[in-house]
Design a protein. Structure first.
Length: 345
């Protein structure tokens, strides 16, 4: 995939990355396809920072089956250029919208964005960017007509090293002036960290507005599960289970606070479904504070838990572990059964 103005090394890296890619039909937006095991593929667009769209069934693409936007960076330094990152993500959103429109469908107003440094990381067998290979985690959304980027994690500029610096007591034994400077730096870093997570939390809570009476009646228990839940109104400041629909798919975010300074973090995030009075949650990401290592852990997970839906109403939700003893479900609930109330009621 020769790219004018780029080094031969980068061109070769792209060729290696794309492998057996082929160019799509000239009647559609030009992209190259990289096939993965099991069927999914990347549609890769040639941009200043190349953009890939994760497509579930490339032979018969559907707009609602197009996954996240993946930005292919040449080197870590590009991640330090916030304007470049934003421009690349917005270009990716444009490519996604164009592809959906070419398929005769309306695009979503929100997309997940992942970043990968070519040569330094690789996607999984299904084309998903996870773990340490995922150097950028962001969201592009538009609720007002213009797209905006919200970066949740940038491994180069914030990442785990910066998060650890927030918490680590670096000023121990330093002169007073240096100690005060270090404290000010930590305060700034914490503010930046909270600005990102607080914005994400507000957006998720907006998506999880309690359904009205009509929606509760017509949508049944699934609609009634939509909301922000916790053990009590007081506990809402320390734990929030957020359930909502995103593009027709159940989305779950379980936020918890393990450190007063760091605040609420998306402890587990993923998908949920209601099947035969069982709430099934499949988590693919976690962000939590490690007390032993004194740093944030931000990485991919693969966890599934199943809860028996005992009852759900306008203000209360009762879930029970489906397995006895010390099970994953019991650990999530803090016992065999838990009564949640709707935060804010």
């Amino acid at each position: 995939m020769p790219v004018a103005g780029r080094s031969t090394l980068w061109s070769l890296a792209i060729v290696a990355l794309l492998g057996t890619a082929h160019v799509a039909s000239a009647q559609t937006t030009h992209y190259e396809v990289r096939q993965f095991d099991g069927g999914p593929a990347w549609f890769v667009f040639d941009e200043t920072v190349d953009v890939a769209l994760h497509v579930l069934r490339p032979d018969d693409p559907k707009c609602h089956e197009i996954g996240e936007i993946i930005l292919l960076f040449e080197d870590p330094e590009q991640l330090r250029d916030s304007e470049l990152v934003e421009s690349a993500a917005l270009k990716g959103m444009t490519r996604y919208a164009e592809l959906c429109q070419s398929l005769g469908a309306n695009p979503s107003n929100q997309r997940q964005v992942a970043g990968l440094i070519v040569g330094a990381g690789a996607p999984g067998a299904q084309g998903r960017v996870m773990g340490d290979a995922r150097v950028l985690d962001a969201v592009v959304s538009s609720f007002t007509g213009s797209y905006q980027l919200r970066v949740r994690r940038n491994a180069v500029t914030a990442g785990n090293a910066a998060a650890a610096a927030i918490i680590k007591d670096r000023d121990q034994g330093l002169p007073r002036e240096q100690s005060e400077s270090a404290a000010n730096d930590r305060t700034t870093q914490i503010a930046q960290l909270r600005a990102s997570y607080d914005a994400a939390l507000r957006e998720s809570e907006a998506n999880a507005r309690a359904p009205g009476l009509t929606n509760r009646v017509t949508g049944g228990d699934r609609a009634a599960l939509t909301g922000v839940w916790s053990g009590s109104q007081a506990e809402c400041s320390r734990e929030r289970l957020i359930l909502f629909e995103l593009e027709g798919t159940g989305t779950v975010e379980w936020w918890r606070m393990s450190d007063e300074t760091v605040g609420l973090l998306p402890w587990r995030t993923g998908r949920w479904e209601l099947r035969d009075d069982t709430v099934i949650m499949t988590f693919n990401h976690r962000v939590e504070y490690d007390d032993f290592l004194r740093r944030l852990r931000d990485d991919a997970v693969d966890e599934t838990v199943q809860f028996a839906l005992k009852s759900v109403g306008r203000s209360e939700l009762r879930l029970a572990a489906t397995a006895g003893g010390i099970s994953s479900e019991a650990l999530f609930l803090g016992g065999a059964e838990k009564l949640f109330i709707r935060c804010g009621d």
